[in-house]
Design a protein around this ligand. Structure first.
Ligand SMILES: NC(=O)N[C@@H](CC(=O)O)C(=O)O
Ligand SMILES: [Zn+2]
Ligand SMILES: [Zn+2]
Length: 433
């Protein structure tokens, strides 16, 4: 395996130092790192982070390989600085059995671009009725710890309660897509001033908040772990803040798009901006940023949701919900949170690596940058700027809401257990298996 010497890198944005990556681990730091024979990676001024971990990726395989495959999605992940992703369960067939989660886990391992941890469905076929074989998925080779019907809400409170009780046996977590189905029938965008103007059916904030409130109370009652996916409203932030103050074991996620974009964008009727939960108001965006800054929101999850052109190149009402995000997530977080002084790079390491790894109960990911630790690392050039061109991305889909926008930051290199998956901002082909 190639040995790498990263010269002058700034771990977590701190003081520059040399970092030796050898035999899969961080082998030396500082003066000790200067060893002959290593391939030098010029890292002066670059920020070194623990490899990013996404708790919320849609890889679409099996079933929608026209939108994404494990291969294309994990290439996108590596380019985005990720060394592990959690692959959501809304595939066809659904990831609701040990067989299907093992299949996805194997595809990820064979692709070799980053670790793929399949999420297990909570209910059979995401139907919301019968619990899936949660413990069989937990005990499988995929060792599932995160369970979610994402795309759909586990709306029956009895089913949600049973799922929360069940996952305690293997320290699992239920990740909820909080969307009250009756309050969002036919919903096309956030319910508010803009939806009234455009005459589109609204998805009111209360449809999210009512489920978040119910679920934190259920998690308290059961004494189990709850994770709130793609939290998007000021009210949801308040409820999670209250629940944490009360000692409830709840964690929460914000997506890059809910940190950066508002429902004003819907005025152009461009389906790239159609997503669940919908883009909200500027006040909601500010509350989500504040929640991430003060620790109420634990993680940034991409909710990378690729869709084929035919499902997006159509009128607003017919278009699919979802946007890509793996290759822009870190840049968006840099723009809205780091360059504005609201998060440090150490905070970014927490919300995009350490905390998601901990919630997913991953070992070997989200670790400190220290001698002997597995070399899962991301090297970022915060001074670079680039225009987002979806057609040039590795994801097989082009539904990026940031297309044409200039964003700061560039992932220069990604290391997966000491092996470079990305160097000079490009995938390292051939050696990855
Ligand atoms: N976010 C979305 O709008 N869509 C996701 C499902 C989801 O995350 O709810 C998808 O699978 O396309
Ligand atoms: Zn969802
Ligand atoms: Zn999702």
């Amino acid at each position: 395996m190639t040995t790498y010497l990263l010269t002058g890198a700034r771990p977590l944005g701190g003081d520059p130092t040399d970092v030796l990556v050898a035999d899969g681990v961080v082998a030396a730091l500082g003066a000790d790192a200067r060893r002959a024979g290593a391939q030098v990676v010029e890292a002066d001024g670059l920020v070194l982070l623990p490899g990013l971990v996404d708790l919320h990726t849609h890889l679409r395989e099996p079933g929608r390989e026209d939108a994404e495959t494990v291969e294309s999605g994990t290439r996108a992940a590596a380019l985005g600085g990720f060394t592990a992703v959690h692959a959501m369960a809304n595939t066809t067939p659904t990831q609701d059995t040990a067989g299907v989660v093992e299949q996805v886990w194997r595809l990820g391992r064979d692709a070799g671009w980053c670790d793929v941890h399949p999420v297990g469905a909570v209910t059979v076929g995401l139907e919301g009725e019968r619990l899936a074989e949660l413990s069989a998925m937990a005990r499988s080779a995929a060792a599932v710890r995160v369970f979610s019907d994402d795309g759909k809400c586990v709306h029956d409170p009895v089913v949600m309660r049973r799922a929360l009780e069940y996952v305690k046996a293997f320290d699992g977590v239920v990740a909820q897509h909080a969307q009250e189905p009756r309050l969002t029938e036919g919903a096309q965008m956030h319910e508010g001033v803009v939806s009234a103007e455009l005459g589109l059916t609204g998805w009111p904030a209360v449809a999210e908040e009512a489920v978040v409130a119910r679920d934190v109370l259920l998690a308290e009652h059961v004494g189990s772990r709850l994770h709130v996916l793609h939290l998007s409203t000021a009210g949801s932030v308040d409820i999670v803040r209250w629940a944490k103050a009360r000692g409830i074991a709840v964690t929460a996620e914000a997506t890059p798009h809910h940190l950066a974009l508002t429902d004003d964008l819907v005025r152009g009727y461009d389906p790239r901006f159609k997503v669940n939960p919908p883009l909200r108001t500027a006040e909601d965006v500010e509350a989500v940023r504040q929640g991430l800054a003060d620790g109420t929101i634990d993680v940034v999850g991409t909710d990378h949701a690729p869709h084929p052109r035919e499902d997006k190149d159509c009128e607003w009402g017919a278009a699919a919900f979802g946007m890509t995000g793996l290759e822009t997530a870190l840049s968006v977080v840099q723009e809205v949170m780091v360059d504005t002084g609201r998060l440090t790079w150490a905070d970014v390491a927490r919300v995009m690596s350490t905390a998601p790894a901990h919630i997913g109960r991953l070992t070997g990911q989200g670790r400190p940058i220290a001698v002997g630790e597995p070399a899962n690392l991301t090297l970022v050039d915060p001074a670079a700027r680039r225009v987002v061109v979806p057609e040039e991305q590795a994801t097989a889909s082009v539904n990026s809401p940031f297309a044409g926008r200039e964003l700061p930051g560039r992932v220069v290199a990604t290391f997966l257990r000491g092996r470079a998956t990305v160097l000079d901002g490009a995938l390292v082909e051939g050696t990855h298996r």
